[in-house]
Design a protein around this ligand. Structure first.
Ligand code: NDP
Length: 289
C-alpha cells in the first residue's frame, strides 16, 4: 500500500478539469489523478503534462458507467486504502443547436451530470479519510431560483429541493420526475425550468447540501463537501465563449479542494468563483455568472 494522500478529478482530460489537475499538481501534497472516460484522450493529456514536468497519474473513469466506477474504486482501495480529495468536474451540456428532443436531452443530461456524480460519490465516499474535501462543479445556472416553471408548482419544487430533510433518494426521485415530464412535454406545468443542464446543476447543488449533513454525522472527522460556480469559462462546453480562462475557472474549485483542516466554513455551500458563499435559496448572486 502506498502511503500518500490522493486527489482525484473527474473528466479532467480537458477544460476546467485539466486546469484543476495542473493546479493540484503544484499545490496538493500527494498524488493527483487525471481521469477520463476515453483512455486515449486521457493518456495523451497525461503525456503532455509529463512533458511539462508535472507528476500526474492516470486512470480511466466514466462517471456514466457503474463498472468503470467500481474498477477505479478497487484501484484506489488496493493502491492507497483511501482518498483525500474528490473533484466532481465531469459533465455534459447540449449545444443550443442540438437536434435531440428535449426529453432525450433531459434524460442524458440528468443521467450523466446528476446520477453519474451521485454514483461516483456513493462509490468513493467510503474511501474518504478524515479531513477529506469533496468539490462538485455546479454553475451560475445551478441557483435554486432558476427553478422557475409554472407556479405554484415551481415554488413547491424549490421548497422540496431546499428542505433540510431532503434525502438522496427523494432528490433522485425529483430528478427522475423532471426527466419524465421532459419526455411527456409537461415539465413547465410541473414547475421545472426550460433547461435540462440547469436542472442537473440545481440537482448537484441540492445533493451537496444533503451530503454535508451526512458528513456532519459521520464518525470520520472533518469531512467537507462544497459546490461552486466556476464562472463563465472559455472551454469546449461554452463553445470557447466566456470571461475566464480555464486556469481562472479552476481557482475556486482548487481553493475548496485545499481547505485547511477543521475550517468552520464553507461547508455544504454554494460558492461563487470569487470564493464568496452565496445563499443558494435567496441569493443575492454576486453577478450574472
Ligand atoms: P468541457 O466540456 O470542456 O469538459 C468536460 C469534461 O467532462 C471532459 O473531459 C469530458 O470528457 C468529461 N466528461 C463528460 N462526460 C463524462 C463522463 N460520462 N465520464 C467522465 N468524464 C466525462 O467542460 P468544462 O471544462 O467547461 O466544464 C467543467 C465543469 O464545469 C462541468 O461540470 C461544467 O458543467 C462546469 N461549468 C462550466 C462552465 C463554463 O463556462 N465552461 C460554467 C459553469 C459550470 P470528453 O473529453 O471525453 O468529452
Amino acid at each position: 500500500m502506498e502511503e500518500t494522500r490522493v486527489a482525484v478529478v473527474t473528466g479532467s482530460n480537458k477544460g476546467i478539469g485539466l486546469a484543476i489537475v495542473k493546479d493540484l499538481c503544484a499545490n496538493f501534497e500527494g498524488c493527483v489523478y487525471l481521469t477520463a472516460r476515453d483512455e486515449e484522450r486521457g493518456l495523451e493529456t497525461v503525456e503532455a503534462l509529463q512533458e511539462e514536468g508535472l507528476s500526474v497519474r492516470f486512470h480511466q473513469l466514466d462517471i456514466d458507467d457503474e463498472e468503470s466506477i467500481a474498477t477505479f474504486k478497487t484501484h484506489l482501495e488496493e493502491t492507497y486504502g483511501g482518498l483525500d480529495v474528490l473533484v466532481n468536474n465531469a459533465a455534459i451540456a447540449y449545444k443550443g443547436s442540438a437536434t435531440e428532443s428535449f426529453g432525450e436531452q433531459a434524460e442524458n443530461t440528468i443521467r450523466v451530470n446528476f446520477f453519474g456524480t451521485l454514483a461516483v460519490c456513493r462509490s468513493l465516499f467510503p474511501l474518504l479519510r478524515p479531513h477529506a474535501r469533496v468539490v462538485t462543479l455546479s454553475s451560475f445556472v445551478g441557483f435554486l431560483p432558476r427553478v422557475n416553471g409554472d407556479e405554484p408548482q415551481a415554488f413547491s419544487l424549490r421548497e422540496k429541493l431546499s428542505s433540510d430533510e431532503l434525502t438522496e433518494d427523494e432528490l433522485s426521485d425529483l430528478m427522475n420526475q423532471f426527466v419524465e415530464t421532459a419526455k411527456d412535454g409537461t415539465w413547465t406545468e410541473a414547475g421545472w425550468q426550460n433547461s435540462a443542464y440547469s436542472v442537473s446543476k440545481v440537482g448537484v447543488t441540492a445533493l451537496t447540501r444533503v451530503q454535508q449533513r451526512a458528513f456532519d454525522d459521520d464518525s470520520r472527522e472533518d469531512l467537507i463537501v462544497n459546490c461552486c460556480n466556476p464562472g463563465a469559462v472559455v472551454t469546449d462546453m461554452s463553445s470557447q465563449r466566456g470571461v475566464f480562462t480555464a486556469e481562472q475557472g479552476a481557482e475556486c474549485p482548487v481553493y475548496l479542494a485545499l481547505l485547511p483542516p477543521d475550517v468552520e466554513e464553507p461547508k455544504g455551500a454554494y460558492v461563487w468563483h470569487d470564493k464568496q458563499v452565496v445563499d443558494w435559496v435567496k441569493g443575492p448572486l454576486p453577478g450574472p455568472y
